[in-house]
Structure formats: C-alpha cells, structure tokens
Design a protein around this ligand. Structure first.
Ligand SMILES: [Zn+2]
Length: 133
C-alpha cells in the first residue's frame, strides 16, 4: 500500500497552530492536532482540560468531533504535535480507528520533526463494528 499524497509539513503546521490554543493549565502538556478530510478540508483540535480532571478532552478527539459534526467522515491523515512528539493515547487511537485503519498519523514535536505511522499500526487487533455483528 502506498502512502497517500498530501502536504505533510502543511498539516503539521496547522497542528502547531492549534497547539497554541491548548487549554492545559493542569498538566501544562499542550497538544495540537490537524485532521485532513478526504474533501481536502482540515479540522484542528487542541486539548481542553478541566478542574475535574477526567473531563479533559484530547486534541485528536476534538478534531474528529469537529469534523464529524460538520459532516465529514472520511479522513486521509492526522497530525498531532506535542513538545516531545508524544503519541496519541489509547482512547484517541480507538476513536480514529472508527473512521479507518488507513488514516496516516504524523506524530510531531514542537519543531515539526515527525515520524509517520497509521491507525492500523497504532492499534493492532482492535475492536470495531465488525465485532458487533
Ligand atoms: Zn487522546
């Protein structure tokens, strides 16, 4: 399978911008995400923490919720940016998986250095709609 063509640096730049809007007064771990839909539109997200800690929302899931709520359900790639290129958490991997194992995931640090993987590689042997049949 060949990797889809898109501007990786531009998608990461959008995630870096989104990271500036992170609301992370408790962890100070700021995260930005940018999700590229098949339409070509990019949906951004940042982490949004809460004084009730478990209510925090991840940047990746914020981007997915924005996209789906605006009518887009098919995605090419997600870029996620943190200070130290931290990977998506398990919950975000599962939420991304709902919309396709082939989604490319770019995991970048604050300077834009990144590694490239896929949802399939991040969440092997996963639960999906197929298991509900
Ligand atoms: Zn997450």
């Amino acid at each position: 399978m060949t990797s889809p063509e898109f501007d990786r640096e531009a998608l990461i730049a959008k995630a870096i911008e989104a990271r500036e809007r992170a609301y992370a007064p408790y962890s100070n771990y700021r995260v930005g995400a940018a999700l590229l839909g098949k339409s070509g539109r990019i949906y951004t997200g940042c982490n949004v923490e809460n004084a009730v800690y478990p209510l925090a929302t991840c940047a990746e899931r914020a981007a997915v919720v924005k996209a789906v709520s605006e009518g887009e359900r098919e995605f090419v790639a997600l870029a996620v940016v943190t200070e130290n290129a931290g990977p998506p958490c398990g919950s975000c991997r599962q939420v991304l998986h709902e919309f396709g194992e082939a989604i490319v995931v770019l995991i970048a640090d604050a300077e834009g250095a990144y590694r490239e993987t896929t949802v399939a590689d991040l969440l092997p042997d996963s639960f999906s709609v197929e298991d509900l049949k």
